[in-house]
Design a protein around this ligand. Structure first.
Ligand code: ADP
Ligand code: ASP
Ligand code: MG
Length: 415
């Protein structure tokens, strides 16, 4: 049994959905297909959510109309009429019903309830389309099977229960293909949760793990994992094979092509992960598995922009050791801010992290006990397998605010 995952880019329009069908058609036996929201729908759902939460009804309904139009246009082209997908109409009605109710005070809870409709709508359309194309396929509500705690927007998987439920329900007794949503989960009380932005790759890995799949394939708009983001480096080269450890390291540093949580469950069961192009599906892509042959020396570049670089030092001039460090790290945890780079000296602790809604609140708290200095809008660049030339290239003409260099990896915070 195999798991296929199709991201937003692969199903952003009618051509994408048809292409997905042709890929699925080549592997009709015992397949679980995980799909993200279409195109940039999750971003659009976040705007709907904000308008809803701020009680801006007019803007909320206007944004909802845009999302509806986008999906109905795809339905119109697939089925010959904008009402062709009854499952989509059902989801749209449920979404509208939720948006009419008053929101609670809990932003993250409401976020998961609303933003999850991106995946519910995409899989609704595709399930109806697959049925029309005579595929023996069943739509599954992943929220009933992928069980999580109630840490909304960043939920943790309840592994044992999830495995039991998936094995009980993905039986393939009367179907060849199951179609389900990426990114979503459900609490024990069946409240909707999400696994964090870009979490659909992770969903595919969770299902792969729970079902003991033969392999997991994520279909992307790139030929595989490259040694840099092709949007920045026109000459980026494909890496044919990576070990789990190498891939985990790259995703940890921020290589956006795979969600960072994806690899661990697959590594635990030795399930290979293929990253393949949905544009040229016959090409081999990249395989990630336990491997001794990978160890490529090709330099790999990972850029993270929109970073904040902060340096704190205790107001009482004590050393920044043990207790003080724990205080700082606890504050980052409290605001759920993940540090992308950390460094400390005798009196200072520095960290680089993604700019986000809680940055100011974090600084306010830190200010009580620490002097706080920060640089806004900096970039964090990681080079694996660096050379003197690659370092010179990335730092050329820029101010280096901080650097960390080990035997294999060089990291720079640049203005
Ligand atoms: P999905 O459609 O599954 O959501 P993403 O957009 O999240 O796919 O990931 C694919 C994108 O990741 C590519 O379009 C590419 O621009 C970007 N990317 C960043 N770093 C890399 C890399 N090292 N190799 C391949 N693609 C990368
Ligand atoms: N649709 C979600 C997002 O855009 C999850 C995903 O695409 O992986 O973040
Ligand atoms: Mg994505």
């Amino acid at each position: 049994m195999n798991i296929y995952k199709f991201g937003g880019a692969s199903v952003k329009d009618v051509a994408g959905v048809r292409n997905m069908l042709s890929i699925v058609n080549k592997n009709r036996e015992q397949l679980i297909v995980v799909v993200s929201a279409m195109g940039k729908t999750t971003n659009a759902m976040e705007l709907i959510m904000d308008a809803y939460f701020n009680n801006d009804r007019q803007s909320c309904m206007a944004k909802l109309a845009e999302v509806k139009d986008y999906h109905c246009t795809i339905v119109h082209e697939l089925f010959g009429n904008a009402n062709g997908s009854s499952r989509l109409n059902e989801q749209l009605a449920k979404l509208k019903e939720q948006l009419i109710c008053e929101p609670s005070m809990h932003y993250d809870y409401e976020y998961d309830r609303i933003v999850s409709f991106g995946e519910l709508m995409s899989t609704a359309i595709i399930a109806d389309f697959f049925a029309k194309e005579q595929l023996n396929c069943k739509w599954m509500d992943i929220r009933m099977l992928l069980k999580t705690d109630s840490l909304y927007r960043d939920a943790n998987v309840e592994w044992d229960l999830t495995q039991q439920l998936m094995q009980k329900n993905f039986t393939f007794t009367d179907v060849d293909i199951y179609l389900t949503q990426g990114f979503l989960g459900g609490t024990l009380n069946n409240m909707t949760t999400t696994l964090g932005r870009e979490g659909s790759d992770y969903t595919a890995a969770i299902i792969g793990y729970a079902m003991g799949a033969q392999n997991v394939t994520i279909w992307k708009d790139v030929p595989g994992v490259l040694n840099a983001d092709p949007r920045r480096y026109v000459n980026a080269q494909k890496i044919g094979e990576l070990s789990y450890m190498e891939a985990i390291e790259l995703t940890y540093y921020g290589a956006q092509v795979i969600h960072p949580k994806t690899l661990k469950p697959l590594q635990n069961k030795g399930i290979p992960l293929y990253v393949k192009s949905f544009v040229e599906p016959e090409l081999p892509g990249t395989v990630i598995q336990s491997s001794k042959n990978s160890n490529s020396l090709l330099p790999v570049f990972i850029h993270k922009d929109n970073q904040v670089f902060v340096t704190v030092s205790p107001r009482d001039y004590s050393f920044i050791m043990d207790d003080r460090l724990i205080d700082v790290i606890s504050l980052f945890r409290q605001y759920r801010i993940k540090m992308n780079l950390m460094q400390n000296s005798a009196l200072n602790f520095s960290a680089c992290f993604d700019k986000n809604r809680s940055t100011e609140k974090l600084f306010e708290q830190l200010n009580n006990d620490f002097f706080v200095r920060y640089n806004d809008d900096v970039e964090l660049i990681t080079i694996r397998n660096y050379t003197p030339e690659t370092i010179e290239d990335v730092a050329k003409g820029r101010i280096v605010i901080d650097s960390q260099i080990t035997r294999k990896v060089a990291r720079f915070v640049l203005k």
